[in-house]
Write a protein that binds this ligand. Sequence first.
Ligand code: MCU
Length: 423
Amino acid sequence: MLIELFKLELLHRQASDRPPTQILAILRAASGAPALECPTETANPSIATKTPLLPDPFEFLSGAHVASKEDWTCRRNEISQLFQQYELGVKPGPSQNLQSDFYHYQNGTGGNLTLTASNGDQAISWTATIVYPNSPKHTGPYPALIALDLLTVPVPDGVAVITFFVSEFAQQDNTTSRGKGLFYELYPDTSPEAAGALIAWSWGLSRIMDVLTNSSDTGIDPTRVGVVGCSRWGKGSLVAGAFDERIALTIVQESGSGGAACWRLSDVENVSVNGADTVQTAHEIVTENVWFSTEFEVFASEVDGTQRLPFDHHMLAGLVAPRGLLVIDNLGYEWLSPWSSYGCMTVARQIYKALGDQQAMGYTEAANHTHCQFPVEDQGAELDAFVGKYLLGEQSQTDVFRTEANFTFDIAMWIDWEAPDLS
Ligand code: MCU
């Protein structure tokens, strides 16, 4: 029995950030069970009927409906493929050869983690910093938050901070950044589905997770790792959490369109909500930066083109389910699409509800404050509750879903499906 468990653990480690259907296939093969058959239809959004309604996360492309957790594993994989194909670009598999070196600071406060990944003849190296907790609640291995470029929430007591410098990994200055950065030295693909910056970052972060999982040198507990980012890095945090199931907690701060907002709802907010908020739309975003693949430009440049997408961002958040997810927003900037984000995450929570853990997903939208300056007095307790539950193993109360805005979102106007009970 012990040997069987050990084999399963090994298989799980090998499976790492692979799509869940592959993980299930490996585990099923190991136990002698027949392979799980997932529907294999492909989408054809170029001829899809446009709809302002948010697509049904529980309906396969084939038209079949998700009725069990196993079905959801298949559908989740289908959704992951769709996002890669039409919006984010493709996330390559694990590195052929991944090496790491952890340099401990002399004073014991942490260290530098250098990773070297290769693909064929190409190899790249990058360094993440690790700072151990100031006032550890427990001795190591420590839980950790991986911050994308910089930490914009207060460091929680007892939690280490790993900083992954994503902007050197895949650049994001403006549209001339396409294909620039370390990642593209390994994967110089120029096809329309080639990785945009967000999915490129998620690949790098998954390699950090590989190292934390396979080596104890870093002093970090890989089962208690969260990811956090604000604004453009909030978009990155959502994608990182969606595309690596080893991430226990995903914190998405003031991410706006391309993050917690839904493309369709942002288009609506731009013309008719609050007397027409000036919000970022898909149409604008692709002219500003390279966060998405060039394939996405097809949808973004046509009027109402996002209405042909076989998904929207409620389903990106749904890829994180049922793991911990806290979305933190700020009402101070119309540009961040506050109504669209609140509405999109209201719909995303239906996916958590279907999986039986609505409280694993929180949403908090506070009144005006400076962008990415976390208002501790207003949202601090909500952050602590999620960090407590998912990184520190505490029994905190995470039933958080609120906005301080005076708008309403009538979910019945934006969806024509009901969440099944898969719990
Ligand atoms: C909210 O994220 C972005 C936004 O998408 C951009 O339009 C704006 O230029 O920059 C924001 C940001 O990343 O601010 C730091």
